[in-house]
Design a protein around this ligand. Sequence first.
Ligand SMILES: [Zn+2]
Length: 326
Amino acid sequence: MPSLTVGTATAAPGTRARGVIPVTNLPGGRPLDIPVIVLNGVEEGPCLWVDAVVHGDEPEGTLACHWLAAEVDPATLRGSLVLVPVLNVPAFEAAQRGNPLDTFSYDLNRIYPGRADGYLTERLAHAHSQWLRDVASFEISIHSGGAHSYLSETIFTTTDPAAIELAKAMGRGWSLILKNIRPSGSPGAVMHEAGKPALTVELGGRSATSPQDFHRCARILADGVLNVLRHYQMIPGTPTYAKKWYTGFQHALLAPASGLFVAEPGLAFQQRMPQGALLARIVDVYGDLLAELRTPVEGMIFGLRALPTVQTGDWCCFYAQLEGEL
Ligand SMILES: [Zn+2]
């Protein structure tokens, strides 16, 4: 069992190591790095790679990575676990979706595999994807609704059987597995091109960062990763699975008017709804109705706008049109 190196972190068998993947320097002279935690096991096996904060306003995965680094014991690990607690550091520092220092490649999740001689964020994507492609057997990117929305437990992946197996390995509570028909521009696209499975998992958002909610989301995310490790027999224990899995694709329901977005108070995530059901009303500053938002087809909501102020064309609801069970 050899040592495992990612960036400046080298972990001997049975140990943890911390380091960074260097990218470049910022104008003030500080380095732009990607922090990385490497847990190297004691037995040959696959490498699970977890990325948090692809988007800077989605820190649920960071807390989950901190817990995973402490809870997974490299002395009983088969294979290895690589944790990137904060991928897009400048975006995280600004608590914004993208790096505010970068105008032309603001959204890190749209520009993979990046470019060695490209814009700032493209260089970060390039440095990350080189290590990811070489080291990872499978990858999980942890996202949430960020500043704009709350998302319930949802997985996006390809229709590749190995990717579906990885999605099902997230365990109990992760029953919605939506198709990402073109997984272009994300870390998962790099993995897909290399013939290796990857997931985008969603849970949380800034509307759910009260102490209890933030812990709840991070716990569910960390438990999902632990369940994946059990499923692939990388750590001891019996994995759990959802009772059934639904598949389908996402409808983005956009605001038909600007005003105050008032969702129906009884809305429940991941419950079947008929076509034409009322999701929300948009009212003006006097309280008069401007528009209604209704379900476009039979399906279920898996995410909802968090900010009541809404502009025409803003994202209001993450809606799943179901195609059946997996
Ligand atoms: Zn995101």
